[in-house]
Design a protein around this ligand. Structure first.
Ligand code: BGP
Length: 471
């Protein structure tokens, strides 16, 4: 492993900060979601209902506890800490011209605290935190105007923090709306609430196009402000295996991976791949894609590929010559791997496979910005003994090292998701925990918020100290 390898942890502002209406912040999309569970989706409300519980409103109150939390990250030896800048702290409505100084100051202080402790911030610009006003007034990313609002926000952040932040990402898991039936992912990524009778599929592809243009424009602006900034994308890397070596399964997997990862092709190559152009034509989408849009894409390609890795999937062929893929219906169980309590397949070797796949395809540096194990932790005699989490992380780090040391992949760093317990994005629960640090707060929002170290805390500290040698 390289000497300057960026070991660390990751969270997102909305899942840790709380303080949802403090410091001049406006409500964002995640503030409008109630709690769900492994089997029920979170509910999206259009106004904040007083009788509903919104877990993100208070989260783990990182907004007021960040100094204490950063001290613990330092104790573990973190080299970097990934979080996001909550868009609605900077532009509470999203469409105003002047940013909110109090919001900017909060991130200045937090980044200073990190840097003082030898930890570099790694920042996502849009991690499910679009100002809700943009949903109400403009329909979110279905509207081209969003490009202007996002680029303005990105520019303000780059100008303000370029001396403090080197690594950036534009949109978190931009491809996690490929499954357009999963309203929560579409809503959080693009701020879209579907209208009766609308062609959902077309709407989602249109929104994705505007996001990709906005990302390219932001990267172009960022590089003009400070060329030393490394600005990447962030992809949910859930690689899709063919169920077998049956050529139909093989081809179906090609089609499925195209549909899931074409976003990465545009981010990295600055142009639409042939298979997407033909798909748009076949579907008669008539998307609003202008010559100017196509001209800007290659001017804002990414410097590296950031990605989350939790699981892999499998598909069986169905003889469809178009290789069309529907995430709701086409995936099948992989008999070789087990699943977590939340039904997430566990596949450490898939991480090595994915690293190779992306590096071969783009030849760009990679950054694992999320990987981790969500579980219900029990306190026994005042401590969480989370050997299951250590086992999961160890297996993934081993495969990551194989990809680097044997396969020659250029990897910048590894940040463990939810390094401190936080609100689950998928369910809004607190009981689905990922942290090395336990936070005393339950699903109903009750608890002292006290932080305590789990067994994995000491383990990860040794991993970092030994640069991945001692697992
Ligand atoms: C990714 C998101 C994160 C995060 C993580 C774990 O999809 O980028 O925000 O929460 O997954 O998911 P969950 O919280 O649903 O377990």
């Amino acid at each position: 492993m390289r000497k300057d390898f960026l070991w660390g942890g990751a969270v997102a502002a909305h899942q840790v900060e709380g303080g949802f209406n403090e410091g001049g912040k406006g409500p964002n999309v995640s503030d409008m979601m109630t709690v769900g569970s492994a089997t029920t989706r979170r509910k999206i409300t259009k106004t904040i209902e007083p009788d509903q519980f919104y877990p993100n409103h208070t989260a783990i109150d990182f907004y007021h506890h960040y100094k204490e939390d950063i001290a613990l990250f330092k104790e573990m030896g973190f080299k970097c800490f990934r979080t996001s800048i909550s868009w609605a702290r900077i532009f509470p409505m999203g469409d105003e011209e002047t940013p909110n100084e109090e919001g900017l100051k909060f991130y200045d202080d937090m980044f200073d605290e990190l840097l003082k402790n030898g930890i570099q911030p790694v920042i996502t610009l849009s991690h499910f935190e679009m100002p809700y006003h943009l949903v109400e007034k403009y329909g979110g990313w279905r509207n081209r105007k969003m490009i202007t609002f996002f680029v303005r926000f990105a520019k303000v952040c780059f100008e303000r923090y370029h001396n403090k932040v080197k690594y950036w990402m534009t949109f978190n898991e931009i491809n996690n709306q490929a499954n357009y039936e999963a309203d929560v992912a579409v809503f959080t990524n693009s701020g879209i609430i579907f209208e009766e009778g609308e062609d959902k599929e077309r709407t989602v592809y249109q929104a994705a196009h505007y996001e990709l243009v906005a990302s390219a424009m932001a990267i172009k602006e960022g590089h003009a402000i400070d060329p030393s900034m490394m600005i990447g994308c962030m992809i949910a890397m859930t690689t899709i295996y063919p169920y077998s070596c049956n050529p139909d399964d093989m081809l179906k997997a090609v089609g499925a991976n195209h549909k899931r990862f074409w976003y990465m092709d545009v981010h990295a190559r600055g142009r639409y791949p042939g298979y997407m152009k033909s798909f748009f034509e076949r579907k008669n989408f008539n998307l609003d894609i202008t010559e100017e849009d196509l001209a800007v894409l290659p001017q804002g390609t990414v410097d590296y590929i950031g990605f989350s890795y939790y699981m892999s999937f499998a598909v069986k062929g169905d003889g469809d010559v178009n290789l069309d893929y529907n995430e709701e219906t086409d995936l099948c169980d992989n008999p070789y791997i087990s699943k977590t309590e939340w039904g997430w397949p566990i596949d450490a070797k898939g991480l090595r496979y994915s690293l190779n796949w992306m590096y071969d395809r783009y030849n760009l540096p990679l950054f694992i910005v999320e990987n981790g194990f969500g579980a219900v932790d029990q306190m026994v005699d005042g401590k969480v003994h989370d050997q299951y989490r250590i086992d999961y992380l160890k297996a993934h780090i081993e495969e990551m090292k194989n990809a680097v040391d044997i396969d020659g992949v250029d990897l910048l760093g590894y940040t463990v998701w939810g390094c401190i317990d936080c609100v689950s994005f998928g369910t809004g629960e607190m009981k689905k925990r990922y942290g090395f640090i336990y936070v005393d707060k339950d699903n109903a929002g009750q608890g002292t918020l006290a932080r305590s170290k789990k067994d994995s805390f000491e383990w990860y500290k040794k991993v970092i100290e030994s640069n991945g040698e001692k697992l």
